[in-house]
Write a protein that binds this ligand. Structure first.
Ligand code: FAD
Length: 481
């Protein structure tokens, strides 16, 4: 067992998986034009000999073997720092393999309920790590009527459920939506989307299953145009990974791959653990992007000769505030990490939820500053082919001139980046992702209310109010930690 090469990864996808895109069933995604860019992005993460990022991608396991760092269980602040660094330079198709961190972080709790599930988590983690596999985070159910519980829906399959229990395993039916990179990974790690009640025990189900398992079908969708051009689409061409509408059409899951099958008390624990790691990933991306916003805003402002203008400077300082708040929040969350009983560390739960909330709640207003500074060319800049065509190109070069020292092609690249990142293919996707990926705003609010030290806040409030009732604080509701 060893690290895979990029080619070995590509070959491993030729395994009979059932995938669809734009009305077509695709038998071999490795040769299909729609999959070339995303497969290339994930394959890049297998370049362990890369001069710049090769060392960051590898780590030595406790068994002495080499594995991708996405599998490294953080045991210190330094390990968390390495993980954050890795996340900044890794495709989203690999990042989702972080789902194993979520599983490993709840393993101790799972063991208390059923040791077999905990053993399965550990074995599957090692199987994926040692075979250099990638896994998707498969949690969001279609959910039907949101006001009704899973078992009350018109169609009982609107949440993934166990339809049969056999001696050798379980049979599951249902679908999971929006699954990032589902067609590009090897394993689908399925978890309940939320807590389940006793009467919903068939819906309290978690397992890992290969993408090519009989009954698994994936319908793909991506924000990226079919023909990606790195000049016109500088952001989309580097982030294009399809999301999958994943169907489980009576899929058999052997017991040694099951992490939960009916023990409702574990359902929300699993869902929450994934939420934390997903939100950490979202925050890392937010830090990277918010710094890009500042750079792009400054460049476009300088190129148009308005960098000394106080209004432009005010807008840029708003962008700096956003970027620095996010950077400090991520830093804080890693420094003030928490630990499981077995010594695995994970980012501060309250810190991550507050920061992901801040990022999402302010994203749309913040992008406005960049659009305001850029002006209409953000949307109407001519395409690269028109620049390269001498007949039209001469006019583009003439009329997009601003001042000496500003190269028109560079100016166009800056505009293309602003448009693609915030107002076109990737940008449209990101507008919704900022809000929804890792759970919408209410999901973070719930976690904040649960983890904030309310007892201390109440004690302080009482003291400030001149009341000396220290016990009153704990007599009312106390936070669940
Ligand atoms: C690009 C993208 C990638 C994603 N990647 C993944 C992935 O890899 N894996 C994965 O599992 N998921 C993924 N998601 C899913 C994401 O976590 C969900 O979209 C998010 O949790 C919201 O769920 P929903 O889409 O079902 O919307 P809804 O649940 O309909 O939520 C929309 C709004 O309705 C509110 N709402 C929901 N229920 C109720 C109710 N009962 N009463 C009142 N209000 C309610 C919510 O709070 C929210 O404000 C991805 C999403 C996107 C957009």
């Amino acid at each position: 067992m060893a690290l895979k090469t990029p080619q070995q990864y590509i070959d491993s996808l030729r395994d009979g998986r059932v995938t669809y895109w734009d009305g077509e069933r695709i038998d071999d995604i490795t040769t299909h034009p729609r999959f070339q860019v995303p497969i290339g992005l994930v394959a890049d993460d297998y370049r362990y000999d890369d001069a710049e990022y090769g060392a960051l991608r590898r780590y030595t396991t406790e068994d002495g073997s080499e594995a991708h760092r996405i599998y490294q269980i953080p045991r210190s602040e330094g390990d968390l720092g390495d993980r954050v660094e890795l996340m900044q330079h890794t495709s989203i198709g690999t990042l989702v393999t972080g789902v194993y961190m979520a599983l490993m972080s709840v393993k101790d709790d799972v063991a208390r309920v059923n040791p077999m599930y905990a053993e399965n988590i550990e074995r599957m983690y090692r199987h994926c790590r040692d075979n250099d596999l990638r896994a998707a985070e498969v949690i969001t159910d279609p959910k039907g009527d949101r006001k009704r519980r899973a078992h009350e829906q018109d169609d009982p399959d609107l949440y993934v459920r166990i339809v049969e229990r056999r001696k050798e395993g379980i049979v599951v039916r249902g679908a999971k939506l929006h699954i990032t990179a589902a067609s590009l990974v090897h394993e689908l790690v399925v978890m309940p989307t939320k807590g389940m009640r006793q009467e919903e025990s068939d819906y309290a189900v978690s397992f890992s299953i290969p993408v090519n398992a009989p009954g698994v079908k994936i319908i793909n969708r991506s924000f990226a145009p079919a023909e990606l051009n790195a000049f016109d689409y500088p952001a989309s061409s580097h982030h294009s990974v399809p999301e999958g509408f994943v169907v489980f059409d009576d899929v058999f899951v052997p017991w040694d791959r099951v992490f939960l099958a009916g023990e409702v008390q574990l359902a929300s624990k699993l869902a929450q653990s994934l939420g934390l790691w997903e939100r950490t990933g979202g925050l890392v991306e937010a830090v990277r992007m918010s710094e890009l916003f500042v750079g792009l805003a400054q460049l476009v402002t300088e190129m148009q000769g308005k960098d000394q203008d106080p209004i432009a400077q005010n807008s840029i300082s708003e962008l700096i505030t956003y970027a620095e708040m996010l950077r400090m929040a991520l830093d804080y969350s890693c420094r003030h990490y928490e630990s499981t009983a077995s010594g695995m560390v994970f980012p501060n739960t309250l810190g991550i939820n507050v920061s992901k909330y801040y990022y999402a709640a302010n994203y749309h207003q913040t992008v406005r500053y960049l659009h305001d500074l850029g002006g209409g060319l953000v949307l109407t800049l001519p395409l690269e082919n028109d620049l390269r065509n001498p007949e039209s190109g001469k006019y583009i070069r003439k009329y997009l001139h601003t001042k000496p020292g500003v190269d028109v092609e560079t100016r166009m690249r800056v505009y293309n980046m602003i448009r693609d990142l915030t107002a076109d293919a990737y940008g449209g996707w990101q507008f919704v992702v900022a809000l929804q990926a890792g759970g919408g705003l209410p999901a973070q609010r719930v976690m904040m209310n649960r983890t904030f030290d309310m007892a201390r806040a109440k004690r302080r409030a009482l003291r400030a109010a001149g009341a000396t009732l220290p016990d009153a604080a704990s007599a009312v509701t106390t936070p669940q930690r």
